[in-house]
Design a protein around this ligand. Structure first.
Ligand code: SAM
Ligand code: SF4
Length: 427
């Protein structure tokens, strides 16, 4: 979501007449996009802001701004902490950047723009911004109404608002005309997308509309909430060849007691039933998820239930986090906090089990011929790299002219983070 917001800002800054630089020492404007969903993300953002403050001290003529969830949450307080900052830009105000820059440049004033009560100001696109990319995101909705007890998102991204399907289709067409082949639709809970136009458009309807677009090879989406994953959406995976057989479906905990305290709205059994439905479509359907350890009151027994669920489902991959208190959330006020040492120990047990499972799942790809969307050269520069339909990284030898095309690769080796194969020359 932050990458998407950064790209929206980037396009508007190009329209404003600026060009991008890789080196902050050459920059006249530095915008820091921040995340506050977990304590660690916030610490990283603060340390980057600190480093950029030293640049601003040396070169007071530059404009230094902070955007994203920390900007939204802390607003004017950030200016007290970082007095040299010129601009605090909230999550729904990105579309106003040109007017704001005009005011900063002409009026030499500091600006805090953090209104959350508004629907996002429309963001201008820049045709050509995505020319050298193969894949991109489209945000289809903003905000969230779920109020999971640990989560800051509803407070910093506001209530759920769906964008119109027409706007989304236009954005998709513009991306395709610039050469984009794969689009990932974004939202905190895409399943509850509902746009009230001439007729109500649901998320499965939107997927069907997008799948008809010429030149679009692949669609993915994230994130799906288990409580709202409908049969209609599951059927889209059977119906629409461009929809990749992969879902990111956060489960958070394997203990029903903890799930209730988290206000997640589903049980362990219901979650397992959804996975069964998805794997009935095809056994190699890829399932990835988010999980948290050390939620307040999580006992060793609760943690064991999480491990048990991980072993039962065998996720292709997991994003795993230590619970951290976020200011203003329900769980911040809960007692029986789990100590840091215990959280770290649970996380490392969980991650080592998941590593084994990921490798086991990756090994199952060996011997198959898979379709890969070629994204570029691998990090070491010897091989080409891309992703298969189930979202694993696949490296193979091939001509750089293949970048941007769909090819067939015969999978020969599997590692924890990638697969390696041989290109089928008759792709
Ligand atoms: N909307 C998505 C959903 O419902 O699953 C997830 C959004 S959140 C930005 C991404 C992940 O961060 C969550 O799935 C959760 O695992 C983790 N997360 C959120 N709040 C957290 C907290 N207070 N401490 C640790 N992890 C947290
Ligand atoms: Fe946060 Fe829950 Fe909304 Fe996801 S669904 S963004 S975890 S409140």
């Amino acid at each position: 979501m932050n990458e998407y917001d950064s790209d929206c800002l980037g396009q508007q800054l190009m329209n404003y007449g600026l060009t991008a630089t890789d080196n902050h020492e050459d920059a006249g404007l530095i915008m820091i996009n921040t995340c506050t969903v977990r304590a660690k993300a916030q610490q990283k953002a603060f340390s980057l802001i600190g480093r950029m403050m030293t640049v601003k001290k040396r070169r007071p003529d530059i404009i230094l701004g902070i955007m994203g969830c920390i900007a939204q949450q802390k607003g004017i307080d950030l200016l007290k902490k970082f007095p040299d900052v010129d601009l605090i830009l909230g999550t729904r105000e990105i579309g106003r950047i040109s007017q704001i820059l005009d005011r900063i440049i002409k009026g030499n004033e500091k600006i805090v723009a953090t209104d959350l009560s508004i629907k996002s100001i429309p963001r201008e696109r820049h045709d050509g911004y995505f020319r050298n990319r193969i894949k991109s995101y489209i945000s289809i909705m903003e905000g969230c109404n779920n109020f999971c007890s640990y989560c800051i998102v509803p407070y910093v991204r506001g209530r759920e608002v769906s964008r119109s399907s027409q706007e989304i289709m236009e954005e998709a067409k513009s991306l395709l005309s610039q050469g984009i082949k794969e689009i990932t639709l974004l939202g905190q809970n895409v399943n509850s997308y509902l746009s009230a136009e001439r007729e109500e458009i649901t998320f499965p309807m939107l997927l069907r509309m997008l799948s008809g677009l010429n030149g679009l090879n692949r669609i993915r989406f994230t994130t799906s909430h288990p409580k709202d994953l409908s049969d209609d959406l599951i059927n889209c995976f059977k119906e629409l060849p461009v929809l990749c057989p992969h879902i990111h479906l956060p489960f958070q905990s394997g203990s029903d007691r903890i799930l209730r305290m988290m206000n997640r709205g589903y049980s362990r059994e219901q979650y397992i039933a959804l996975i069964t439905k998805l794997r009935d479509i095809r056994p190699d359907f890829a399932i990835t998820s988010d999980v948290m350890v050390g939620f307040p009151g999580e006992s060793d027994k609760d943690f064991q239930m999480t491990i048990d669920l991980i072993r039962t489902i065998e996720f292709d991959n997991l994003f795993s986090f230590k619970y951290s208190d976020r200011k203003g959330t329900f769980s911040e006020k809960m007692d029986k906090k789990v100590d840091e040492h215990e959280k770290s120990s649970r996380l490392s047990i969980l991650q080592s089990i998941q590593k084994e499972i990921t490798l086991k799942r990756n090994i199952k790809h060996i011997g198959k011929e898979e379709e890969v969307l070629v994204e570029g050269e691998s990090k070491k520069g010897v091989l080409l790299t891309g992703r298969n339909e189930t979202n694993q990284i696949v490296n193979f030898l091939g001509d750089i002219k293949l970048i941007g095309s769909l090819v067939k690769v015969f999978i020969k080796r599997a590692f924890i983070n990638s697969l390696q194969g041989i290109l089928n020359k008759n792709h």
